[in-house]
Design a protein around this ligand. Structure first.
Ligand SMILES: Nc1ncnc2c1ncn2[C@@H]1O[C@H](COP(=O)(O)OP(=O)(O)OP(=O)(O)O)[C@@H](O)[C@H]1O
Length: 239
């Protein structure tokens, strides 16, 4: 079984301190000429292991842009993005992909599960793609399904699960490779109030249990009290 080649640890580890995720003076400009938009404006953010940070802000304030840049899916126009001590902006595309797979988990608005796979298989596929479908990862997958309350339904496919259950599987899947950083995009927008509360409490608990540096963007003000820190984005500026 091959392991993804991780980028070499850089000297930047020293400057990134204890933060698992660190954005420094990040500016992202999108579009061209007259149409150009400053989606992120000199954003600086450090998130330490086990910390759950919520980022809120109106539509168009830059929330998706923040996650895209933090997750290495979009390169910033200026600034640096350190994930697990490595500056993503210095990596070549294939290195960035390998580093992202190894160190970052994503939870999406809708769980985005594969229709033909059972809950357990969703996790195992993620491990397989990363070249880590070994005994330890299989055990971790089962432990995570247990932790998110899905053991009894581990052999069900998504069409036999509720929206909240699908989201639970999505959270377990995001954690299966033991990422240092967890990026969460509007995890409760498809859920009713009780399930939304349930999911955000689960995210907070898993963040602490696995010591991930978690950033969740959300419109949902009712779930913000689960976070350790709440930041606001407005016109690409974080405060
Ligand atoms: N490809 C693009 N080209 C030009 N401008 C863009 C592009 N993508 C996003 N934008 C602009 O960048 C700004 C930030 O967008 P972003 O999607 O990050 O906001 P958001 O807070 O996630 O919004 P929402 O809550 O509505 O999803 C917005 O003004 C948006 O119109």
């Amino acid at each position: 079984m091959t392991h993804p080649t991780s980028a070499p640890a850089s000297a930047d580890t020293a400057t990134s301190g204890a933060a698992a995720l660190r954005l420094t003076d990040v500016t992202l400009r999108l579009g061209h000429d007259q149409q150009q938009v400053t989606a992120l404006d000199q954003v600086t953010l450090a998130v330490t292991p086990g910390e759950f940070v919520a980022v809120t802000g109106p539509s168009g304030s830059g929330k998706s842009s923040l996650l895209a840049v933090a997750g290495g899916l979009q390169s910033p126009t200026q600034g640096t993005v350190h994930v697990a001590g490595v500056d993503l902006t210095t990596l070549k595309e294939h290195q960035r992909t390998a580093h992202r797979r190894r160190h970052i988990g994503y939870v999406f608005q809708h769980a985005n599960l594969f229709a033909s796979l059972t809950a357990r298989e969703q996790l195992l596929l993620t491990a397989h793609v990363a070249g880590r479908l070994d005994r330890e990862t299989r055990r971790r997958a089962d432990e995570l399904l247990e932790a998110v309350g899905m053991s009894a339904r581990a052999d069900h496919r998504p069409d036999h699960l509720s929206g909240g259950e699908r989201q639970r599987v999505g959270i377990a899947r995001a954690l299966v490779l033991a990422p240092e950083v967890l990026l969460v995009d509007e995890p409760t927008s498809a859920l009713d109030r009780a399930r939304a509360r349930d999911i955000v409490d689960l995210l907070a608990a898993q963040t602490r249990a696995h010591r991930t540096a978690t950033v969740m963007v959300t419109h949902d003000h009712e779930i913000l009290n689960a976070a350790d820190r709440v930041l606001n984005l407005r016109d690409g500026r974080l405060s």
